[in-house]
Write a protein that binds this ligand. Structure first.
Ligand SMILES: [Zn+2]
Ligand SMILES: [Zn+2]
Length: 149
């Protein structure tokens, strides 16, 4: 099972196998595998990187990934420039007490959104420093000759 690390962090990030028998989990496209994955902080994710998993549980030495059911190519932007026009995720940030103490400037400084909402998927909003497993856009291009879609 691949394990990943981040500079200046002693934590090991463990990529468990993608749930292959669960129909909710789309297979990785283009024959890509977890062996193609790298770890980035959310603010280092680049447009076209395929977002495949995050690490919701804190942990000192080992953190285990949670796979996204539908990996998506990242389209990083600030919260205030989300093109989604109010998805459930963004509404949480706008309305909940969780976000209320922060100004828009604070929110933009603390969080990054990696995906616009499409028909049924809300935005992917993360702390700037959150570890995110992605398959780099360059690796996808190398495999397919074109960007991820
Ligand atoms: Zn967004
Ligand atoms: Zn949104």
């Amino acid at each position: 099972m691949p394990t990943l690390t981040l500079p200046e962090e002693s934590t090991t990030f463990r990529l468990t196998p993608r749930p292959a028998r669960d129909a909710d989990y789309a297979p990785l496209p283009h024959g890509l595998t977890l062996g193609d994955a790298v770890l980035r902080r959310a603010h280092q994710v680049r447009a076209g990187d395929l977002v495949i998993a995050d690490f919701p549980e804190a942990g000192d030495t080992v953190r285990v990934c949670e796979h996204l059911t539908d990996p998506y190519p990242a389209d990083p932007h600030t919260l205030s420039s989300c093109p989604c026009q109010g998805c459930e995720e963004c509404d949480d940030f706008d309305e909940s007490g969780f976000a209320a103490p922060h100004t828009t400037t604070d929110r933009n400084a603390r969080y990054v959104c990696l995906a616009p909402s499409d028909d049924d998927e809300p935005c992917g909003v993360y702390f700037r420093n959150a570890p995110i497993a992605v398959i780099p856009a360059a690796a996808i291009r190398a495999r397919t000759g074109r960007p991820a879609t």
